[in-house]
Design a binder for this molecule. Structure first.
Ligand code: PMP
Length: 406
């Protein structure tokens, strides 16, 4: 049986509203996804009945919250097929996770003249932490180039790897182009050179089955808010052996074993990397979101989203003067485009007045925009609660905006 989209839409209360008197058409899912009722209800219940700080309490509420938090960790573990639950570290988001690795792994293993490889289609969050590390350590950042369709050039990547390379950090899916990168191949190539790989899965986890064991990635990161969960929570998966040998990057409560003024010893994994009161409410909410996705079936989601991408691509390609950026063979349902000489912001403003929410600008990928010699794009990022009728509305909206602005 295929997905019942109307039923699914009724799970997301926000979708039934109108904006400027028009039914909301939400195509800003790449920035953040809407929340299903089960997640909202779980958060309400947590704050109204079940709230108490985790880990340090002996009383009922604290123990209950601790159990729910640790269960959420296990849900994430199962969701990405990690070997051990202590390989799942809760952070503030994908950005928080990447910074954690850049600080902790970087502090220990990166030295002067070492090299770090990223790709030309990274989000700023997977560029700047490495740049900052390079500055601290006098190391160098190397960049895998991409071709005009928006695919990484693997032959060029191979040439970048050398004995000075300390880590490769690439995204699984590009937030600006929709490209699904061949991460398994990228990882195999790096491993043949004994280099660990961090995969930024911020735009992949909500669209496809991710299996960290199958990928054999060393680190995998994502944000809760892009996978139908709450804001302020993210995941850092790391292979146990690597995490075990990495120093903590933040000090404080919960990450310690024993503290004296002379010396502090650290807690075991995963707590060594979770300093302070963690965002346990959002972590539990993330667990609920992943349970919800499991109940829908990720394969059905991926297949529906692929169908809608094909429909939308064909529909938009018919619009004269519309250019799509990101035409990779393997894509998720993201359409980044420009129309004639119209500024993305102007197009976005007009679509907004029709109730259509898109994102405009650089999408936090300025170097990628420079690669295509553009200032930015209009981005419609589509998920399973979007409909074919909404794609028709988008196409009509673009045509109307084009008439008004050309
Ligand atoms: N990487 C990618 C590919 C992203 O799309 C984003 C968010 N747009 C991030 C990292 C950063 O995510 P967050 O802001 O949730 O930390």
């Amino acid at each position: 049986m295929s997905l019942d989209i109307q039923k699914i839409r009724s799970d997301f209360p926000v979708l039934s509203q109108t904006v400027y008197g028009k039914p909301l058409v939400y195509f800003d899912n790449g920035a953040t996804t809407q929340k299903p009722r089960v997640v909202i209800d779980k958060l309400t219940k947590l704050y109204t009945e079940q709230y108490s700080s985790i880990h340090r309490g002996v009383h009922f509420l604290s123990e209950q919250a601790t159990e729910m938090y640790e269960n959420a960790r296990k849900t994430v573990q199962t969701y990405i097929n990690a070997e051990y639950s202590q390989e799942i570290i809760f952070t503030s988001g994908a950005t928080g996770s990447i910074n954690a690795v850049a600080f902790s792994f970087g502090e220990k293993y990166v030295k002067e003249n070492d090299e770090i490889i990223v790709s030309g289609m990274e989000h700023h969050s997977n560029i700047v932490p490495w740049q900052m590390l390079c500055e601290r350590k006098k190391a160098k950042l190397k960049v895998i180039p991409l071709n005009d369709t928006g695919e990484l050039i693997i032959e060029e990547y191979k040439k970048l790897l050398n004995p000075r390379t300390k880590i490769v950090a690439v995204n699984h899916v590009s937030n600006a182009l929709g490209t699904i990168n061949p991460v398994k191949e990228i990882i195999e190539i790096a491993h043949a050179a004994n280099v660990p790989v961090l995969i930024d899965g911020a735009q992949a986890i909500q669209h496809m089955k991710v299996d960290v064991k199958e990928l054999d990635c060393d680190f995998y990161v994502f944000s809760g808010h892009k996978v139908y969960g709450p804001t302020g929570i993210g995941v850092l998966y790391g292979k146990q052996k690597l995490l075990y040998n990495m120093p903590p990057y933040q000090g404080g409560g919960d990450m310690v074993d024993c503290v004296t003024f002379e010396q502090t010893t650290y807690n075991e994994l995963p707590f060594k990397f979770e300093a302070g009161t963690s965002n346990f409410v959002s972590a539990i909410g993330l667990g609920t979101a992943l349970d919800y996705l499991n109940s829908l079936n990720l394969e059905k989601i991926a297949s529906y989203e692929h169908e809608i991408l094909e429909y939308a691509t064909k529909k938009l390609q018919k619009i004269e003067g519309l250019r799509i950026y990101g035409n990779a063979r393997q894509k998720i349902a993201i359409l980044s485009f420009l129309v004639d000489n119209i500024h993305p912001y102007d197009m976005g403003m007009i679509l907004d007045k029709m109730g259509i929410a898109v994102r405009t600008g650089t999408h936090c990928t300025q170097p990628l925009m420079d690669r295509f010699e553009i200032e930015g794009t209009i981005r419609a990022s589509i998920v399973f609660y979007n409909t074919f009728e909404e794609i028709d509305k988008l196409a009509e909206g673009i045509l109307r905006a084009k008439t008004m602005l050309s």
